[in-house]
Design a protein around this ligand. Structure first.
Ligand code: 13P
Ligand code: SF4
Length: 312
């Protein structure tokens, strides 16, 4: 392992590459990243890096977003099969038909979408900025929100809007069991439930804090004296435990005890070996059709501009 780490460091320096890692990556992959963050922070880093190569240790749509923002850079994802069930729940052709069927609607898309879906979008959002970006539109603005129905209904609930929702979901966040979390709360009286807004409404109702991975981490860092039940992908526990070594974090259990379904199988496809190989061979590379990229860049940049104004 020590050797692989040294090889990665050496290749990174030789090739002027930057390694960006999402909080859901394997712990050892997060530890190799120059920057670890949530979806918004990864896009912000990609937009401002001066490296020649961006290695996106995350899933395919994150690599696509980096490529759209930096078309002249080489963008690598250690395993191109690292997809996303939420992005897959919104095929571009069907989404286009949905948008066309609702003329006059502003299209707000979660970053967990293909570049082709972003090309049909007015503004992209992440879980960190979705609420504020939606609130930046007049209360009576007609909005289509896709593809996550849970995040969309959460924003509808907290903003009093009636956005039209695409019926998509993340297979990891949807499966958390309300009953099991309620049982954990009984076993650990006083423990706070941290939940990602991709979870179902019934779970969000019993959560003490709802937010993006970065927001949940920030809350724990500010209140290290609490005990937490964490209802999001279990990879976040790595950074939480690093930043708050004295705090007790309990991963929300999977609905089915036999499976590790609080882990995203796509995120975990990236390993240290694949990271080393992709830096060495400069493949697999993420490519985006230039015509799609030309349309997808506008809503992503719009998100980055609004986020900068909001100080996010
Ligand atoms: P954030 O990184 O915005 O918290 O989103 C979580 C996620 O599901 C990424 O795939
Ligand atoms: Fe997609 Fe869910 Fe995995 Fe995030 S955790 S990459 S939303 S499947």
């Amino acid at each position: 392992m020590a050797n692989i780490r040294e090889e990665i460091e050496k290749l990174k320096r030789e090739k002027n590459a930057v390694i960006l890692g999402h909080y859901y990556q394997r712990g050892e992959v997060q530890d190799m990243a120059d920057f670890v963050g949530d979806s918004l922070a990864l896009a912000q880093w990609a937009a401002r890096t001066e490296a020649d190569i961006i290695v996106m240790c995350g899933v395919h749509f994150m690599g696509e977003t980096a490529k759209v923002l930096c078309p002249s850079k080489k963008v690598l994802v250690p395993d191109l099969a690292a997809g996303c069930s939420l992005a897959d729940s919104c095929p571009a052709g069907r989404f286009e038909a949905f948008v066309k069927a609702h003329p006059g609607y502003t299209v707000v898309s979660y970053v967990n979408t293909s570049a082709a879906v972003k090309a049909l979008t007015d503004v992209v959002v992440t879980s960190t900025n979705a609420r504020q970006i939606v609130e930046s539109f007049p209360q009576d603005e007609k909005i289509i929100f896709g593809p996550d129905r849970n995040l969309g209904s959460y924003i509808n609930a907290v903003t009093g809007r009636e956005m039209l929702l695409w019926d998509g979901a993340c297979h990891v966040h949807e499966q958390f069991s309300v009953e099991k979390i309620a049982e954990l709360k009984r076993q650990h009286p006083g423990a706070l439930v941290l939940a990602h807004p991709e979870c179902k409404a019934a779970l969000l109702k019993l959560a003490d804090v709802v937010g993006s991975t970065a927001a949940l981490l920030k809350y724990a860092v500010r209140h290290p004296e609490e005990t937490y039940i964490v209802a999001t992908e279990a990879g976040i526990l790595h950074e939480m435990r690093k930043q708050c070594p004295q705090t007790t974090f309990i991963p929300a259990p999977p609905a089915d005890n036999a499976s590790a379904c609080n882990e995203c199988s796509y995120m975990r496809l990236n390993t240290l070996e694949k990271l080393r190989d992709c830096l060495r061979d400069e493949t697999p590379e993420v490519t985006v059709d230039p015509a799609i990229a030309a349309r997808a860049v506008r809503p992503i940049e719009r998100m980055l501009e609004i986020s900068a104004k909001l100080g996010l």
